[in-house]
Ligand binder design. Structure first.
Ligand code: SAM
Length: 213
């Protein structure tokens, strides 16, 4: 698991997740939503499979997409399966032949280039759902907390390193209304909660979204 967390970018000066906390995080969903081996679980932006590994170990059917060929190669090595695809989040048609009880995207939405792109990804995800599917968009950077987040990172790594680190990989922060409006338009229910499910430095600047019929 340490390797998978490292490959998925969870060890850095601004994030350092303990394996115990990570497993607790995933087990929260397994227990609360009674995820079992009859369920198909899809993760968009699965990377090397750190989020899916605890589910895979419980014989739950795991599927995943990530645009990094290298990370999908690792994912297939650790979670021995053909269900992992090199795909951009905006192109999920390969998953259309199945229905999924749960679709997760953890620490993904901050990497999207525009909000329009994020909307297109939501369109793709909604295309894979049925009446029972629950969609979890986790760890979304909160626009209201952008300034506090920036100050805290600068305090930690300094202005110069901040500019270098986020020059090409700008993190996208979201207004919660973006998700509320999307669900209203598509007649989905939505719950937005604090990201207090995992202990890590930047959780206080993030929120979680649950969408369901
Ligand atoms: C911080 S990692 C999180 C990985 C995993 N979800 C987890 O929680 O451990 C972000 C992942 O999103 C992937 N990613 C970023 N933008 C993407 C996109 N547009 N389409 C598919 N994958 C993307 C990256 O390659 C990376 O694996």
């Amino acid at each position: 698991m340490t390797d998978l967390l490292r490959l998925n970018g969870h060890y850095s000066p601004t994030s350092n997740i303990k394996i115990k906390d990570w497993n607790k995080y995933i087990n929260f969903f397994i227990k609360k939503y009674k995820i079992c081996n009859k369920d198909n679980v899809l993760e968009i932006g699965c990377g090397a499979g750190a989020f899916l590994l605890p589910l895979y170990k419980k014989n739950i059917n795991c599927f995943g997409a990530d645009f990094s060929r290298e990370l999908i190669r690792h994912c297939k090595k650790f979670l021995v399966s053909k269900n992992f695809y090199v795909r951009d989040a905006i192109n999920l048609t390969v998953f259309k032949k199945r229905k999924y009880s749960f679709i997760f995207a953890n620490s993904l939405f901050q990497y999207f280039p525009t909000q329009f792109y994020a909307k297109k990804v939501l369109d793709q995800i909604f295309n894979l759902t049925d009446e029972k599917t629950k969609i979890f968009l986790l760890d979304i950077p909160d626009k209201k907390k952008y300034n506090n987040w920036k100050l805290s990172v600068i305090k930690k790594i300094g202005q110069k390193d901040f500019s270098i680190k986020y020059k090409n990989t700008k993190h996208r922060f979201y207004d919660k209304n973006f998700f509320f409006d999307y669900c209203n338009k598509n007649k989905y229910k939505i719950k937005i909660s604090k990201q207090n499910l995992i202990k890590k430095e930047n959780s206080k600047f993030r929120f979680n979204v649950l969408m369901y019929k």
